[in-house]
Design a protein around this ligand. Structure first.
Ligand code: ATP
Length: 236
């Protein structure tokens, strides 16, 4: 579904990504783990066109999207939940969700059905639908950010550190729902996480990133059992 080939990305003179190659197959959850500053967010921003790739190619469903503007990439069905959530704080929950449907051209009845599904996944959002986004708790805001992305009906959902700043119990709930979105909606998921333990448990495959380079890739289970991964990322 997605092929990243030999990509370099720079911020001015600083090279953040060094010749990275990754692929994402339709229907799977893949995760990219790594320490602070490794280049995980930059990878997501490069592939959705927010930061340009200086070298290499990115292909989505057979189409070359390297250098394509971010809005066109979004219209192809790639939706990102950025780090720090970035919901619209002064809009209500309902209005935030409506923003997710902006680019959709399908029937109103389908959009209504998707909204019902979102409220089934996150009943708390239905209870709070007239409340301003900024007044929600951190966990609820993460649920809203994920829901807004689901309302775009993405083929590929990019999640940047969904666990950031959340209590362990809420994080666990969010991860269960990520799995559910993948299984029930057949949405392919690219998950960036510092919480390697949870991420590798939920993912089919994982990539490990160190200072802008991919250093390892394997199934989630194998990476969880890998001694180097255990030592560096699982605190064992
Ligand atoms: P974190 O988990 O802390 O978000 P990360 O793995 O997502 O880390 P990135 O945010 O992609 O890492 O950062 C990769 C490198 O690029 C870091 O060295 C960072 O300091 C640098 N960087 C990120 N954004 C910018 C920017 N706007 N300008 C300059 N350098 C940047």
């Amino acid at each position: 579904m997605l092929k990243i080939k030999n990509v370099d990305t720079y911020y001015g003179n600083i090279q953040a990504l060094k010749n990275i190659s990754m692929d994402v197959r339709e229907g799977e959850i893949i995760t990219l783990i790594g320490a602070n500053g490794a280049g995980k967010s930059t990878t997501l921003m490069t592939l959705c066109g927010v930061v340009p790739a200086a070298k290499g190619t990115i292909e989505f469903q057979g189409q070359d999207i390297t250098g394509m503007p971010a809005d066109q990439i979004a219209a192809l069905g790639i939706s990102q939940v950025p780090e720090g959530r970035r919901i619209f704080p002064y809009l209500t929950v309902m209005e935030n969700l409506d923003m997710g449907t902006f680019l959709r051209k399908d029937k109103k009845s389908q959009i209504k059905k998707d909204l019902e599904n979102v409220f089934e996944l996150f009943p708390i959002l239905a209870d709070r639908k007239n409340q301003q986004g900024g007044t929600l708790s951190g966990g609820e805001q993460q649920m809203l950010a994920i829901s807004r992305a689901i309302m775009t009906k993405p083929k590929l959902l990019l999640l940047d550190e969904p666990s950031l700043g959340l209590a362990p119990i809420i994080t666990k709930r969010i991860f269960n729902i990520i799995k559910k979105i993948n299984q029930e909606y057949k949405t392919t998921i690219f998950l960036v996480e510092q919480n390697a333990n949870l991420a590798l448990k939920v993912a089919d495959r994982g990539y490990v990133m160190e200072t802008g380079t991919i250093t390892m890739t394997d199934s989630g289970d194998k990476l969880l059992a890998n001694e180097a991964v255990k030592k560096a990322y699982l605190g064992m």
